[in-house]
Each structure stands twice: as structure tokens, then as C-alpha cells.
Design a protein around this ligand. Structure first.
Ligand SMILES: [Zn+2]
Length: 572
């Protein structure tokens, strides 16, 4: 589940931790030395203790074992947190594909084996041919200089007396005591205000430092400037200040690098007219490299993502076996393990934009994301997308005997069903709630409630069976979940942002009826660049900007429509 839109309240899980930091009940029973051994890997833990949770010799034992085995594998340290595009993702993808094959699924049209590769923006990289020379003497990158990520690129030469040197310590001092001081933003604005850009080279240094302290910010989203901007060590700054007949030669080559993620998709072909898509994302945060972790410790740690979302993936694998049964022959089934979800629904978005099956023939989509923390006391199960078809009200009995069902009618939410909803496909989203291990290294396999998860799998199978009684699951549009959900947002515009957009600003993917954006005339495809006086660089800064307004406020939105910049008045 993506953190940006983590829309539910944090609830403390009830489970008993043994290996985690929050050691509670039961730990006194295990000698310390044994604890060390047991806790060395999730798998070992399960061999010794995990299965004690499971009633042996009862029907469903094999199904439970399958869930335990699959979560344990996917959430093992060996997979290093299954970051999209990493080696751990590859191991997980192979594991899923192997089970699809064993369960006699076929690859969807055009997919090699079961894999659907897609590109992920991996931020900016300085290419190795980037250089800086004084006369003929080459300077050392990262030691003597770095180009700023928003610098112009290409080759150029500058006479010393044309260089514009700026001591960033002045900026830091100017802002001493300013609680809203954002260094990167302030520096960018400063450069824009101080210097006229084309054909200029701006050289930054910090007069207080003795060595180069600045690091290249690969995640920068600020628009590229027309001038060259370099950051140099104080030693180099000192050289450049002197009279010199040499010139400064520079070659700045910054590229947007990409990595490849893989959806894994299998098909159960019953030669039916319609197909049900069942999905769960299998990627997670790795070591938190993409800055989507809530872990605050300094030491690098693996985020195993057992609940998020080894749990949903294990349920998907179980369903891939059990749906391949005559009993369910009324539909075909596409089972899709998505990647890139944690980065902003990359995989599911790619899937619906490059569908390996005819989306018109998709009856509905079921998404499972974080279904492993069912609470045996409160019995809460959230079902999202309830408003995406009028039939859901007939098919799903919200007064279930076992589950306490919490309905969320919105078709958009913090996970992959959103991508299908945006293609006018009815969706259901199953979720057992967030918890204190959410997006932290402590989301481990020993905290999964496997019995609870199996009950959810059964519930989903029952939903599928009951849907057979309806000739068509009709799509209906729903209200939009506000970004941030039950958050402190006083206003929203009613747009659906494209989380995979790598450019500067927020690309509007869709606009909700009768909301401020639609009333103002904002359309899908527009890129929001500024809200009032607040610059919008990405979804995060868009949300921060929204926070500055209240109901009834009127402001101007700067958008890019095609190649044109347009100013639009909006009333919240
Ligand atoms: Zn997540």
C-alpha cells in the first residue's frame, strides 16, 4: 500500500511479538540464546513456532500451510524487501511464476512466460563523462565539484571573470531562525532571482566549509534551468576568484535513469465471455531507498513487508490454485501480482495502459493489499470500492456473521484497484487495517494472522461465486477519497493525480464531477504547477500547498496544458 495515501487510522496490532523489539508475552519462556537462533530468519521461526498457531489435522490445514510457506518465503531477508526492479523482486517474481505454472495457469497474451516488464523512473544520474577543467587541469567529481541536478546540461567554456560565484552560507545566515526554511527550495529560488540565466555559469560554494559537503540530489524534481549551476569545494572557489587567463571548461551530462519492474500475470481460461481480474502487489520497500519508509533508525534495515503485501500475494497464489476448478467455470480469471505499487501504482497502471487482455471483457477486479493482520477480537475487515457497482450491495452481505465489515464506497484508494477503477471497471479492495509496523522493518511474517487470512480468502471465493447470479456487474462512479483521507485537509480540488508522472508538477489523471477543479475547467492531461503562490513540484508539494487553503478561498492555479501555460481561477 502506498504511504502517501495511507488513509486509515493506525491501530495497534493485538498479536504477540517474539522477535520484534516490542517483546511482550511469551518471551520469558524462551532462553535468550534460543531466541537469537529462532529469530535469525522468519523461516526458522515458522518451522519451530509459527505452525503452533495452526490447527493440525483439520480441514484447511494444507491451505494454511500454503499461506505460511508463501508469506515466509516472500518476507524472508533473502529477498531484501522486494524493492521493484531489484534482485529481490526477481526472486519473488520467479517464485510466483513457478507457482502459476504448477497451478496450470497460462501466461496472458503477449507475455514472455508470466512476466510483464515496465520502466520505473529511478531519479537523476550524473553520467561519467561529466567533467570540469580549469585550463587543462581536470577536477575531481564529488571531491572538487558536482553539478546541481537542475543545472543546464551540455558543454561550454567560461572566462573566469564571467563566472557568478555565490556563497550559500549567506543564504543560510539570512534564514537563521526561519522555521519554514527549506534549503533546496530557497537556493533554487535565490538563483532564479539573482541571476539572469541563459549563457551563464553560477558557481556555488560554502565559505564556512573546508571540503565539498553537498551531495548530488538524485530525487530532485525542480525544473532544469537555462544556466549551468555547479557546486564547488572552497579550494576550487578560491582558485576561481583569482585573476586568471585560463577559462573554465565544463561538460554536464545528467540523465534520468530507469530501472525495470515486472508484473507477473497468469490466466485461467474457461472459454467464458468475461474475466475477473484478481490482483495483489508483491513489491515492497527494500531497504527504504525510495524514501517511502517510516523507519527512523540510522542503521540500514530490510523491510520484509509480510503484511504489505506478502499476505495479499500469498492469498493470490492460493486463489490461483483454487479457482482452477470447474466450480468456478462461469468466468475466466486473470491473476496478477503487481510490482511498483509502493512507488505509486506503477505496475497496475502499466497493466491497464498496456493490457494483455481485453479490458472490455473484464467483469470486475478484486484487489488484496494488507490482508494479514486480521484482529481476532475486533474482527474488522475493510472492503473498498463498494460503490463501484450497485450489485455489490446484493452480493456482499455487510452484516456478515464472522467479519465486522467496514465499507468504503470509493473506487480510488491507496492501492492497485484504483488503476482499474479509472478504466471504469468495478472493483473490490480487501484490507485488514494498518498498524504500528506499517512501512517499517518490523512488518514481519511472525505477526501474520494466517487463520484470519484464510477466512478472507474464503470470503473472496464466496463473493466470486455469488457474483455468478448476476449477468453483469454494472460499473458506477463513486465519490473520490480525498488524498490523505480522514486527514487534516480542509479543501481538495477533486483531481486524481498520476503517481507515476516523473515530470515537474502534478499530472491530472482524472477530474471528479462537481468539484472545484472541474468547475474551474481543469482537465485530464493538465499539469498543475502552482497553487496560488505555492510551487507544485510533485504530489507531496501539491498536498502541502492544498493544506494552506480553506473552504471558500479563491486562488489561481497555474497549469501546463500541452505546451501552453494557463492560469485558471479556482474556488475551494
Ligand atoms: Zn505499502
Amino acid at each position: 500500500m502506498i504511504s502517501l495515501l495511507a488513509i486509515y487510522e493506525i491501530k495497534k496490532p493485538i498479536c504477540i511479538y517474539i522477535c520484534g523489539r516490542n517483546t511482550k508475552l511469551g518471551i520469558h519462556l524462551i532462553p535468550l540464546i534460543m531466541k537469537k537462533f529462532i529469530c535469525s530468519t522468519n523461516t526458522l521461526f515458522f518451522l519451530l513456532f509459527g505452525l503452533s498457531n495452526i490447527a493440525y489435522g483439520q480441514p484447511g490445514e494444507n491451505r494454511l500451510r500454503a499461506l505460511v510457506k508463501n508469506v515466509s518465503f516472500l518476507a524472508d531477508d533473502r529477498l531484501e524487501g522486494r524493492r521493484a526492479g531489484s534482485n529481490g523482486e526477481k526472486l519473488a517474481a520467479d517464485f510466483i511464476a513457478k507457482q502459476f505454472k504448477r497451478n496450470r495457469l497460462r501466461p496472458l497474451d503477449g507475455l514472455d512466460k508470466f512476466f510483464q516488464p515496465f520502466e520505473i523512473n529511478d531519479g537523476l544520474t550524473i553520467e561519467p563523462n561529466s567533467s570540469l577543467k580549469i585550463g587543462n587541469a581536470a577536477l575531481e567529481i564529488n571531491q572538487d565539484f558536482i553539478p546541481m541536478p537542475f543545472s543546464n546540461t551540455g558543454e561550454a567554456a567560461f572566462a573566469f571573470n564571467s563566472l557568478q560565484l555565490y556563497n550559500i552560507n549567506d543564504l543560510i545566515q539570512e534564514n537563521e531562525g526561519n522555521p519554514h526554511f527549506d534549503f533546496n527550495d530557497a537556493l533554487y529560488q535565490k538563483i532564479k532571482s539573482l541571476y539572469s540565466c541563459p549563457n551563464a555559469a553560477i558557481v556555488l560554494f560554502n565559505g564556512k566549509d573546508t571540503v565539498l559537503t553537498e551531495k548530488f540530489d538524485a530525487g530532485n524534481k525542480k525544473a532544469k534551468l537555462a544556466c549551468f549551476v555547479l557546486y564547488v569545494s572552497p579550494r576550487v572557489a578560491h582558485l576561481l576568484e583569482k585573476e586568471n587567463t585560463d577559462s573554465l571548461h565544463l561538460n554536464v551530462n545528467i540523465i534520468e535513469s530507469k530501472r525495470t519492474g515486472h508484473n507477473v500475470a497468469g490466466f485461467i481460461n474457461n472459454n467464458a465471455e468475461k474475466t475477473i481480474v484478481i490482483g495483489a502487489h508483491y513489491d515492497h520497500l527494500g531497504y527504504g531507498e525510495d524514501k517511502n519508509s517510516l523507519y527512523v533508525g540510522k542503521e540500514k534495515q530490510i523491510h520484509n513487508g509480510a503484511d504489505d503485501n506478502a499476505s495479499g500475494t500469498a492469498a493470490l497464489l492460493l486463489l490461483s490454485k483454487e479457482l482452477n476448478n470447474k466450480k468456478y467455470g462461469q468466468y475466466n480469471y486473470a491473476l496478477v501480482a503487481f510490482s511498483g505499487e509502493e512507488l505509486g501504482l506503477y505496475g497496475s497502471k502499466y497493466f491497464v495502459e498496456h493490457p494483455p487482455l481485453d479490458l472490455k471483457k473484464v467483469s470486475y477486479m478484486i484487489n488484496m493489499d494488507m490482508v494479514g493482520r486480521f484482529n481476532d477480537s475486533t474482527k474488522g475487515l475493510t472492503i473498498g470500492g463498494f460503490g463501484t457497482s450497485p450489485q455489490w450491495g446484493n452480493i456482499i452481505n455487510t452484516k456478515d456473521e464472522y467479519f465486522k465489515i467496514k465499507i468504503d464506497s470509493a473506487g480510488s484508494g491507496p492501492s492497485d484497484h484504483t488503476s482499474f477503477y479509472r478504466k471504469d471497471i468495478p472493483v473490490l479492495f480487501f484490507f485488514t487495517g494498518t498498524h504500528s509496523d506499517y512501512h517499517k522493518p518490523s512488518d514481519d511474517a511472525d505477526k501474520i494472522n494466517y487463520n484470519g487470512e484464510l477466512k478472507i480468502v474464503d470470503f473472496i471465493l464466496a463473493v466470486i461465486e455469488r457474483s455468478f447470479g448476476y449477468p453483469e456487474i454494472v460499473f458506477s462512479k463513486t465519490r473520490e477519497a480525498a488524498p490523505g483521507g480522514k486527514s487534516s485537509f480542509k479543501v481538495t480540488m477533486g483531481i486524481m493525480p498520476d503517481y507515476t508522472y516523473s515530470g515537474v508538477g502534478v499530472l491530472v489523471d482524472g477530474v471528479s464531477d462537481n468539484r472545484p477543479a472541474q468547475k474551474a475547467g481543469i482537465k485530464a492531461g493538465d499539469v498543475i504547477q502552482q497553487l496560488g503562490s505555492f510551487v507544485v513540484e510533485d504530489v507531496q508539494s501539491y498536498m502541502q500547498a492544498l493544506n494552506k487553503f480553506k473552504k471558500g478561498d479563491e486562488t489561481e492555479v497555474k497549469i501546463k496544458r500541452g505546451n501552453e501555460a494557463v492560469l485558471i481561477k479556482i474556488i475551494f
